[in-house]
Ligand binder design. Structure first.
Ligand SMILES: [Zn+2]
Length: 205
């Protein structure tokens, strides 16, 4: 049927999708097919995206889902850090509220800020993975170089980075918005507690 011009917007969109659906299925008419596969249609619609190298940090991590979500946003550089807010034209104080020395760039927060670097150093020493604090871009490069293996060390590294990023951003938000401060040891203990609970799910860790 032709698309009626007086139909509701949503009805016009549904009817207009016929050509798009036909193009996905190589011109075949959906109604003429003997078997219709929702799976094949879904795969055709979403196409096959290129795999990002850091996907094991998100998809093969023992960390709590809220930590993984925050890590994912951080890898995509979508966190509302001060430099990003200023780029959007929002007026706000740019100095890092943790060390109060440098401006709050993502690369500064993770992990070259001396306060956060100290948390990172203590945590990584405690769980026996790499200790050196790198700037965020170098950290992501390191994550990408780690591959997809599930050795105890890899699992531990994925767990510690997701947990640390979550707790460090929470501390930064507490200082910015709630005027609450925790010291390095308290943040480390919070991370350790969460890592023990989550790490106990896998014997390798
Ligand atoms: Zn700082």
């Amino acid at each position: 049927m032709p698309i009626p011009s007086q139909a509701a917007w949503v009805v016009q969109k549904i009817l207009g999708a016929r050509a798009y659906m036909a193009s996905l299925l190589n011109g075949m008419d959906l109604l003429q097919q003997e078997t219709f596969s929702i799976r094949k249609t879904y795969v055709a619609m979403r196409r096959t995206p290129e795999k990002v190298k850091w996907y094991p940090m998100i998809c093969k991590s023992l960390a709590a889902p809220k930590c993984i979500f925050i890590l994912w946003l951080t890898i995509l550089k979508r966190m509302a850090t001060r430099d990003r807010l200023i780029r959007f034209g929002i007026q706000c104080e740019q100095v890092c509220c943790l060390c109060k020395h440098e401006n709050e760039f993502l690369n500064h927060l993770f992990f070259t800020c001396e306060f956060l670097a100290e948390v990172w150093r203590k945590l990584t020493t405690w769980c026996g993975v790499r200790q050196q604090a790198l700037a965020w871009d170098a950290e992501v490069e390191y994550l990408e170089s780690q591959g997809t293996s599930n050795t105890g060390k890899q699992l531990m590294y994925r767990l510690v980075i997701a947990t640390a990023v979550y707790h460090l951003l929470r501390e930064r938000n507490d200082r910015r918005f709630n005027s609450k401060e925790s010291d390095v040891d308290r943040i480390v203990r919070q991370c350790q507690l969460m890592m023990v609970v989550r790490g106990s799910k896998n014997a390798k860790v």
